[in-house]
Design a protein around this ligand. Structure first.
Ligand SMILES: [Zn+2]
Length: 370
């Protein structure tokens, strides 16, 4: 296996040298949203799950190892963040709020209201078990502390001055909450399927290649990385969101493995040009592997070291970044299966098709039977 990737690459570096035809990309107004579960991955925090509701018993020493110092101070030492921190307190984006410490679902956006207090405020919790309460007599006040029902971490306080129908105000620390906007697709790594998110420049091209491989169940074009939740294509194109154009590849582990996924990846794009593929320039086109777990990270590190060591790209070093996958956002339907649906477009004929033809030659044994 290890040997074969070198053979492929030495034999046949086939990079994208042409721009992605950005001008041809037009938007349609249709937006489809998908129900979501288990959408955030925090490889550094093994207790984190958006689907497991079983109560956790984890010591503070252990939490200290896996949480950021700021989150630890709020979650485990009942610290309070400054009011008006971040943008969550007045955000009206539709979606779901999870415990940032353990991933438990806490609120839906339709249970939120904009309170002038400067902290994210809700009038109702997702379900009876999601939040538990304790009397808090600190600072000479009698308050009700609100804690996560799964990990028992401090979230904020409950007050009786909220709006109808409950009259309650859940006053939460923004740092204690993870927000996932509607429309995010879960990264499924269960049973025989595994999912990995890769960026190698224009997602139309990368998607078209992986769609053809045996063992690949599904390829979805979208965005990952960056600072903006659920960015639009236009926002990503500005290069200011930090997000990259990526594909989410779901494959059957009994028919395909990570090495093969990477083998194709490092063959069909140029991993040595920083923040660019051909004429497509910007961080949104960076060469990037978004790993969902340690296994993916280690496999990526090892193949990069191997390719660099063998000087597969001559004196150029691989600049592919390895970034933990926080969330994957699906691009609009118009961008899905773009090549398949737009074969007559000049860009597809001139840029994607030649690449596909070369790819088909190199990987002819691995293609899906047509
Ligand atoms: Zn929790």
């Amino acid at each position: 296996m290890k040997k074969s990737i070198l053979n492929y690459l030495l034999l046949f570096p086939m990079f994208m040298i042409t721009a992605c035809g950005q001008n041809n990309k037009t938007e349609t107004k249709t937006t489809k949203t998908t129900a979501m579960e288990n959408v955030i991955s925090k490889p550094e925090n093994p207790y984190y799950s958006n689907t497991d509701t079983k109560k956790l018993k984890v010591t503070d020493d252990e939490w200290k190892k896996v949480l950021s110092p700021d989150l630890y101070a709020v979650a485990r030492e009942a610290d309070t963040e400054r009011a008006f921190t971040g943008t969550m307190w007045n955000s009206e984006t539709k979606g779901t709020y999870y415990c940032a410490t353990c991933g438990l679902k806490l609120f839906k956006s339709n249970q939120k209201f904009t309170s002038s207090c400067g902290w994210p405020s809700f009038f109702e919790q997702d379900n009876k078990e999601s939040i538990v309460f304790k009397n808090d007599n600190s600072f000479g006040m009698q308050r009700t502390e609100a804690l996560c029902g799964r990990c028992n971490s401090h979230l904020g306080h409950l007050f009786d001055d909220g709006p109808e129908p409950t009259g309650k105000r859940y006053c939460m620390n923004a740092i204690s909450l993870d927000f996932v906007p509607d429309g995010v697709i879960p990264n499924e790594n269960k049973g025989n399927t595994e999912t990995i998110v890769l960026g190698g420049g224009c997602y139309w091209c990368v998607e078209a290649v992986y769609e053809q491989l045996q063992g690949v169940d599904k390829v979805v074009s979208g965005f990952a990385g960056g600072t903006v939740a659920n960015p639009s294509y236009e926002e990503v194109c500005t290069g200011r969101t930090g997000a990259a154009e990526v594909v989410q590849i779901t494959y059957d582990k009994t028919k395909m493995n990570l090495d093969e996924i990477f083998q194709v990846f490092f063959t069909v794009h140029d991993p040595t040009t920083l923040n660019r593929q051909g004429a497509d320039v910007g961080t949104q086109y960076r060469s990037v592997i978004f790993y969902a777990n340690d296994e993916q990270k280690k496999a990526a590190e090892s193949i990069i070291a191997e390719l660099n060591g063998a000087k597969v790209y001559g004196s150029s070093k691989i600049v592919t970044t390895l970034e933990p996958l926080k969330a994957f956002y699906k691009a609009k339907d118009y961008h899905q299966n773009y090549y398949e649906n737009n074969k007559d477009q000049p860009y597809c004929q001139m840029v994607i098709q030649p690449k596909i033809e070369k790819f088909e030659k190199v990987f002819k044994d691995r293609l899906k039977k047509k």
